[in-house]
Design a protein around this ligand. Structure first.
Ligand code: TRP
Length: 336
């Protein structure tokens, strides 16, 4: 059997988010900046508004159209450029969803049940019995990635089991249906090297935990949120994430905003205490977010434009998906 490597495929980046609320500083430093960098390096970037993935653990809410618009506004405000990159949604690309069916035939129930991220999400959602989509959405996520033959998938560490499952599906599909000429690359996960930002309560920053500073938050709201961030009673500010998580997290946030080393920020504040640290952090966040917030507010005043971006991006994604589906159809002998 020939070596099936990703090198036969052009580099393409695919990543996405569930439209469940506004993005926050954890997203900005964890993934959004990285996406913009890849785009600016000239890579072909696709960003998915993963609307069908939101119904794994909730009903599709009436607020979904607004949630989708907020997400697109976040993307554009941080610098994802629709002239160079593609923003699209599951529900607008039927050919992507069609791949789910053959892909489901390539995975076993024990493999699906083993996925640690699914287990955690099912537990966190409090569902008493796993629904079919919660169990199989990683296979649908494989379709998200493979429909465009993506080779690079920027994600957080919690998504690694899904990328692993995607690689396995690509491998099995190629082996079963296209051993001579693989249809799918085996995509690589790309982890951000930014350290994890904690939320205001000391746990990982996350929209569901309600401990985040969103990109959309106003500067007064940001100041109020930071005022209640956890610190400690040692007035000498140091960067020591293990021993002083609260203080170090504010130092880190300041450093990320100011593009400095956290140790340098800590030294500059020195013995001036937590109040000075919070003042500096508030200023740094508000400075860093000012242009993003201005752009975002402007974008949210033109919902029609945001919808157009999504429709145009999805039309482009459909073209890519149709070509992949053509190759899949030929490989599976269903081209009658
Ligand atoms: N599961 C991802 C999350 O919850 C969102 C997502 C959907 C995604 N499809 C994707 C991420 C494809 C990367 C690639 O954040």
């Amino acid at each position: 059997m020939p070596e099936q490597t990703t090198s036969a495929f052009l580099p393409r980046v695919l990543t996405g988010d569930r439209p469940t609320g506004q993005l926050h500083l954890g997203h900005l430093f964890g993934t959004l900046q990285n996406r913009v960098r890849l785009q600016d390096e000239g890579l072909d970037l696709l960003v998915l508004v993963a609307d069908y993935q939101t119904i794994t653990d909730r009903d599709s809410p009436a607020s979904l159209p607004q949630d989708v618009e907020e997400l697109i506004a976040d993307y554009l405000a941080v610098g994802i450029d629709p002239a160079r990159s593609t923003i699209f949604a599951h529900s607008l690309v039927p050919e992507l969803n069609q791949l789910l069916l053959p892909f489901l035939s390539l995975v076993t129930l024990p493999e699906l049940l083993r996925n640690p991220t699914v287990k955690e999400e099912a537990a966190a959602s409090g569902m008493t019995a796993l629904n079919g989509l919660m169990l199989t959405y990683p296979v649908h996520q494989a379709a998200d990635i493979l429909f465009c033959q993506a080779t690079i998938v920027p994600v957080g560490a919690d998504q690694l089991p899904h990328v692993e499952q995607t690689r396995m599906i690509a491998r099995r599909f190629n082996r079963r249906y296209a051993p001579e000429r693989p249809v799918f690359p085996e995509p690589e996960a790309m982890l951000s090297d930014a350290p994890v930002l904690l939320g205001l309560d000391g746990r990982k920053m996350s929209k569901s935990r309600n401990n985040a500073i969103t990109l959309a938050a106003g500067s007064d709201e940001t100041a109020a949120l930071l005022r209640r961030a956890k610190t400690d009673s040692d007035p000498n500010i140091t960067y020591d994430p293990a021993a002083r998580p609260g203080v170090s997290n504010l130092v880190l946030l300041t450093a990320l905003c100011e593009e400095l080393d956290p140790r340098e920020v800590a030294e500059q504040i020195g013995g001036r205490g937590a109040a000075e640290l919070k003042r500096r952090t508030t200023e740094a966040v508000n400075e860093r977010l000012r242009p993003i917030r201005e752009r975002r507010a402007e974008l949210m005043r033109d919902r029609g434009y945001l919808r157009t971006i999504l429709r145009d991006g999805s039309a482009h994604a459909r073209g890519i998906a149709a070509e992949t589906l053509r190759q899949v159809t030929a490989a599976m002998h269903t081209n009658y």
